[in-house]
Design a protein around this ligand. Structure first.
Ligand SMILES: *[C@@H]1O[C@H](CO)[C@@H](O)[C@H](O)[C@H]1NC(C)=O
Length: 196
């Protein structure tokens, strides 16, 4: 009787453990392709910060895989802390664009200081990641007024776990940068995600 009870308990524990394992592994999906990457500025014609060029290839981009990108942009004002960033992420569902809420710092989120986010990703004192370092491009605030350009560079995209809610489909992202109540720039990106 006692042995049966222990066996039952072990079985229940195993089932619980196994179901948690399978839940967490199905909760993180492997994205294999990004298709139809496109972008545009969406700020006022006289916005201080603009992206001038951005080319990304190949299409589709595979993950993991190689990606080639080049970019240039300019800002007529220094971009310094605090730099507000409002991100809006939308997904196309049955022909309509549906806003995805902010979930665990991803989705449609408001960041009160993008400089702070950059400092967390790349701690001050540390070299900027390649290829920025090679070209002497900054990766933390302040970004001085001026023009910036990244020559064509290769990047390797490693396997990444994306949140479970980032399912196959068409997405568009808008980012609005502001400081002291003034809009500094706006960028819109469109892409499709496909994973088998
Ligand atoms: C971000 O959104 C908040 C709330 O809607 C708004 O008050 C703020 O002005 C926005 N900031 C930018 C930079 O768009």
């Amino acid at each position: 009787m006692c042995a049966v009870r222990v066996a039952v308990r072990v079985t229940v524990t195993l089932v619980v453990v196994l179901s948690q394992v399978s839940c967490s592994s199905s909760g993180l999906r492997k994205v294999s392709q990004i298709l139809g990457f496109d972008w545009k500025n969406c700020g006022q014609p006289d916005a201080p910060a603009v992206l001038k060029t951005l080319t990304v290839s190949p299409d589709p981009i595979s993950i993991p895989g190689e990606l080639t990108a080049a970019a240039s942009g300019s800002t007529s004002v220094e971009l310094s802390a605090p730099l507000a960033l409002n991100v809006t992420l939308e997904k196309e569902v049955a022909g309509f664009w549906v806003k995805i809420p902010c979930l665990e710092e991803l989705g449609s989120c408001h960041y009160s200081d993008a400089c702070d986010v950059l400092n967390q990703l790349i701690p001050p004192g540390q070299d900027c990641p390649e290829p920025l370092h090679t070209y002497g491009l900054p990766c933390r605030c302040p970004f001085k007024a001026g023009s910036y350009s990244l020559p064509q560079s290769d990047f390797y995209l490693p396997y990444m776990d994306l949140p479970y809610w980032l399912t196959n489909g068409n997405y568009r992202v808008q980012g609005v940068l502001g400081s002291q109540g003034k809009e500094l720039g706006c960028l819109k990106i469109a892409l499709s995600l496909h994973s088998d």
